[in-house]
Design a protein around this ligand. Structure first.
Ligand code: PRT
Ligand code: ZN
Length: 294
């Protein structure tokens, strides 16, 4: 491995590739990368990217081929035995690639409790996660491991149920299946091998993690600007979630009005706007925040 350059494994192509690349770019990393390249040298930081299949990322990190990886938590836990997992550090959840590993049965299966799956065949590409779940639930079922197209197994009479990743639920619906239990909630995570990072790599990783945290924080926040009657200020301040201390300014020629600037959390965003308006706020502007360092 090149000394002092942090090597990051990311998915070569697939659901996590674009968002992983976007996140690294938003952290200020500059690289020129063509679709078929397996390796890419960052121009402005001591970082190299290795593009691989997501299934290989946990092993590449444990085996020290890469220092850091971005991978779905589902793959990490499925591919890693618990002993190896001790060597990993999940540095940060990255807030994309969200999905859940769920058990689903045919629509006409009269499902009432998980115990109905005892003795049944469940097809999955996640035998380890499924097995751990079934043991915990005290259900003795047959796990049928298949590597893809799990959703067609019940129609082919290969299985009575499936356990697969779900995000929108459309694949299940298209295959006449219904979700009956969530085994595991997943998202993309940043991992590194706890044992091996030397000091200089550790400091690059810390810098990167701080920048990632700044990007993620900004993604969930918006900057709001609006006018408000002075008399409504106290009420309005209580309506501003995520705003530690809003900035308040006087408006020229309107002695009874103020301008308020504040940061609001996106999840609560529409709700907040409607309440602000009802409390007397006007000329409301909402701006995206690119980065946020606290
Ligand atoms: O080639 P490589 O091995 O690298 O890629 P891959 O084909 O194994 O993985 P890929 O690119 O499909 O997924 C990479 C990661 O994205 C997964 O490990 C998850 O962490 C995450 N992810 C998020 C998903 C989904 N959402 C998802 N919906 N991975 C797969 N799916 C599939 C699911 O298996 C099912 O077939 O999408 C279908 C269900 O989607 P909905 O929207 O119809 O519910
Ligand atoms: Zn894969």
């Amino acid at each position: 491995m090149i000394a002092n350059r942090l090597r990051i494994a990311i998915q070569k192509k697939g659901r996590l590739h674009n968002e992983s690349m976007d996140l690294l770019k938003q952290c200020g990393l500059k690289f020129r990368h063509t679709a078929n390249e397996l390796y890419c040298h960052c121009e402005n930081m001591a970082v190299d990217l290795l593009f691989v299949r997501d299934d290989d990322i946990p092993t590449l990190v444990t085996d020290d081929v890469c220092d850091v990886g971005i991978v779905g938590e589902n793959v990490l836990l499925e591919k890693t035995n618990l002993q190896a997992l001790i060597n990993y550090k999940i540095s940060m959840p990255l807030n994309y690639g969200q999905c859940r590993l769920s058990i689903a049965v045919p629509n006409d299966f009269k499902f009432e409790s998980m115990q109905q799956l005892a003795g049944k065949r469940i097809a999955t590409s996640y035998p380890n996660l499924l097995k751990a779940y079934l043991v915990k639930q005290n259900i003795d079922a047959h796990i049928l491991t298949i590597s893809g197209s799990v959703e067609i197994a019940p129609r082919l009479q290969m299985a009575d149920a499936i356990c697969d990743l779900v995000s929108t639920g459309k694949t299940l619906e298209d295959n006449y299946l219904k979700e009956v239990a969530t085994v595991f909630n997943s998202q993309a995570v940043l991992i590194n091998n706890e044992n091996t990072l030397d000091k200089s790599k550790q400091s690059i990783l810390e810098l990167l993690k701080n920048r990632m945290a700044g990007v993620l924080k900004a993604q969930e926040s918006k900057y709001i600007l609006f006018h408000a009657p002075k008399a409504a200020l106290e009420k309005i301040k209580k309506l501003l979630p995520g705003a530690e201390s809003p900035t308040i300014m006087h408006l020229e020629n309107h002695s009874d009005m103020l301008a308020v600037h504040a940061v609001a959390k996106e999840a609560e965003f529409w709700n907040t706007l409607e309440k602000l308006k009802a409390a007397g706020a006007s000329s409301i502007l909402v701006l995206p925040i690119e980065k946020m360092l606290l």
